[in-house]
Design a protein around this ligand. Structure first.
Ligand code: ATP
Length: 357
């Protein structure tokens, strides 16, 4: 198992700086996700790790080895991209064996390792098939076996599941995690799909315009976004502008147009001043609805506007004065009389994130 250390990495394409002075350490055996809007630099970072791009500045270390200028084929990384890129004229076994033949591994050793790799992705029965005789999910398993068979130092995955349908994506994402953990592989995974990242990552980095905005576990990033862009990118949220009225450690009191709220600072490394303009981020599932005002603190009174019933959840628009909030109710009880009368919604302080920018 190796760590991947990125120090002050800068990559430019002409006038565009795709990565700005990035610092990041991925721990040995970690399944690490790169997330962010289109064009933020995810693929550029992954391709720099693979050796396809040489950065203008900074260093990349695999363990203690500086690989910044090492050619791609000498880095010994396993790669898997959204197109499976299997050779159509070769069988599954031949496709998986290809990387070993290039490395001049002996025939019996190739046979043994191809067998093991196919076994690990549960594709042994398909060894003699051609790629066009298999489903997309099966082809992706073969692509994974091909990445694993060379015993890579780390695994680099770029949108590996984006060609699959929803059901297969679900199945394959747990499969990818299982394989990474079984092989104790440090893995960097690029995706647009935040559910994929939230469900299987150990940690993730959110990028924007070539900068890392936040690094953390799925829970840390979802529950304690440090910036509006992070809160907005992961999951749904409402932003409510306000002014800081009190501060006690990382707990803040904020005055807004829909009342006073207690919440927690998203970025504890910065101390705001009383009177400063801040923004609350409150996720729709954090509100608790009731017909009566059960609590005073962090509670609003409003009327339900539009709503959508989705079975396990109902999504409401709660109109509080001039503000419209999104509120999700699990096991919906309010839908029947949704638009009748006033309704109260309350939120725990730990679910109110106070953001400075
Ligand atoms: P997406 O999610 O759309 O794949 P991304 O986050 O992977 O996007 P990158 O492909 O890394 O983003 O691109 C980062 C920036 O660098 C973008 O502004 C992009 O236009 C630019 N860029 C990427 N590759 C090249 C290239 N080969 N030549 C010039 N500009 C490039």
């Amino acid at each position: 198992m190796i760590s991947i250390r990125i120090e002050k990495l800068t990559k430019r394409f002409g006038a565009i700086t795709a990565l700005h002075d990035l610092d990041l350490t991925i721990e040995p055996g970690e399944l690490f996700f790169l997330l962010g809007p289109s064009g933020c630099g995810k693929t550029t970072l992954l391709r720099s790790l693979a050796g396809f791009y040489i950065p203008e500045a900074g260093h990349i270390y695999f363990g203690d080895e500086d690989v910044t200028k090492l050619e791609p084929h000498k880095r010994n990384t396993g790669m898997m991209f959204q197109s499976y890129a299997l050779w159509p004229h070769m069988t599954v076994a031949e496709n998986v064996a290809f990387g070993l033949e290039e490395r001049k591994v002996s025939k019996p050793e190739i046979k043994r390792r191809v067998g093991e790799a196919l076994e690990s992705v549960r594709m042994s029965p398909y060894a003699d098939r051609k790629p066009n005789q298999m489903s997309g999910g099966q082809q992706q398993r073969v692509a994974l076996a091909r990445a694993l068979v060379i015993r890579p130092r780390c695994l680099l995955l770029d949108e590996p599941l984006s060609n699959l349908d929803a059901k297969l994506r679900l199945e394959m994402r747990t499969e990818i995690r299982r394989v990474c953990k079984e092989f104790k592989l440090t893995t960097v995974y690029v995706t647009h799909d935040q559910k994929e990242a939230l469900s299987i990552s150990d940690r993730m980095a959110i990028l924007e315009s070539g900068h890392i905005l936040q690094v953390g576990t799925p829970r840390e990033v979802y529950k304690r976004p440090r910036k509006k862009t992070v809160a907005n990118f992961i999951g749904e949220t409402d932003f409510i502008p306000g002014k800081l009225a009190g501060l006690n450690g990382n707990m803040a009191t904020v005055e807004t147009a829909i009342g006073r709220f207690d919440g927690v600072l998203g970025d504890e490394s910065r101390t705001p001043v009383i009177g400063q303009e801040v923004t609350l981020s409150i996720r729709p599932e954090c509100w608790e609805l009731s017909r009566d005002r059960n609590v005073e603190r962090n509670s609003v009174r409003g009327k339900i506007g539009a709503f959508v019933y989705l079975g396990e959840v109902a999504q409401y628009e709660l109109i509080v004065r001039d503000t419209t909030l999104k509120v999700f109710e699990r096991n919906p009880r309010f839908v029947d009389g949704a638009t009748r009368g006033e309704i109260f919604a309350a939120v725990e302080p730990e679910d109110v994130v106070v953001l400075l920018d």
